[in-house]
Design a protein around this ligand. Structure first.
Ligand SMILES: Nc1ncnc2c1ncn2[C@@H]1O[C@H](COP(=O)(O)OP(=O)(O)OP(=O)(O)O)[C@@H](O)[C@H]1O
Length: 257
């Protein structure tokens, strides 16, 4: 699905959050949105999802104006939104049952998707009985089961520790390769953006405008991101973080773990 942001403006009670944002996101492309907290990244995702209406400009999905939410454009949040009173299988299956699919068939398909995200054997567990990483795996299965044409991911792994985040990034990349949706990814983790994205948009503080765009398409990537060191430094610099500060932040993170 091609997503087109055309001269998007957004204000909330006089607060200008998005200022004339225009970009085309190609079918099957993964674009990461990186920027300071509160600059308006989630607002852009909500506009693409049809949850918020722009104050100006137009949002198009495959050339048609976005009028509201649609299962073709699936949003996934950081805090997994699994229902605590349903098992993992029921949670994943629900995405299909909502679309009036046959219940037994939906359950069978949910089991297949849970297997794809390495959760075979945990179908009848409740969310509180599994780890945060496992809950996000289930949330990924639920996001992919209805074969969305666009996936809108808002800090999907932000609440996880660094190691779990990496294994989830691998799982996400594998699912994307198989299913080929267009993906918009909001992340605070520059390494996550470098690892997953074909393109990175770095935003200014509010109102969000694009400071710089980085293309990473056609790179065969691993978690060893040393070939992107210069780009990483530049992105962090645009965000006002200098390498030494970043190292200190990492050190603090390690000490806290
Ligand atoms: N529904 C809303 N009503 C009023 N103000 C809103 C609404 N949604 C967002 N805002 C405001 O718009 C600004 C941008 O919020 P948004 O969540 O898009 O930022 P963000 O870049 O995703 O931030 P973060 O990285 O911290 O999640 C904030 O000042 C926020 O308070």
């Amino acid at each position: 699905m091609k997503l087109s942001f055309k001269n998007i403006e957004k204000q909330f009670s006089g607060l200008q959050v998005i200022d004339n944002f225009s970009r085309e996101i190609d079918d099957g492309e993964l674009v990461a949105l990186v920027g300071p907290s509160g600059c308006g990244k989630s607002t852009l995702l909500h506009i693409a999802a049809g949850l918020e209406k722009p104050s100006g400009g137009v949002m198009l999905a495959d050339g048609a104006p976005v009028q509201g939410p649609h299962p073709e454009r699936t949003l996934m949040f950081q805090e997994n939104a699994l229902y605590p009173w349903l098992t993992l299988e029921q949670n994943v299956s629900l995405a299909l049952e909502f679309q009036k699919n046959d219940k037994q068939q939906s359950r069978a398909e949910a089991r297949l998707w849970l297997e794809k995200v390495n959760l075979a054997g945990f179908e009848s567990y409740y969310p509180h009985q599994v780890s945060g990483g496992m809950r996000q795996r289930a949330a990924l299965a639920r996001a992919f089961i209805s074969h969305p044409k666009a996936l809108l991911l808002d800090e999907p792994f932000g609440a996880l520790d660094a190691l779990t985040r990496m294994t989830l990034q691998d799982a996400l990349r594998q699912l994307i390769r198989e299913a080929g949706p267009t993906v918009l990814l909001v992340t605070h983790d520059v390494d996550e953006a470098l690892f997953l994205a074909d393109r990175i948009l770095v935003f200014s503080p509010r109102p969000a405008t694009v400071l710089k765009e980085f293309s990473l398409a056609r790179h065969e990537k691993t978690h060893d991101l040393s070939e992107f060191a210069a780009m990483r430094r530049e992105i962090l610099g645009l965000l006002g973080i200098h390498a030494e500060q970043d190292d200190v932040a990492k050190l603090i993170e390690e000490v806290e773990v």
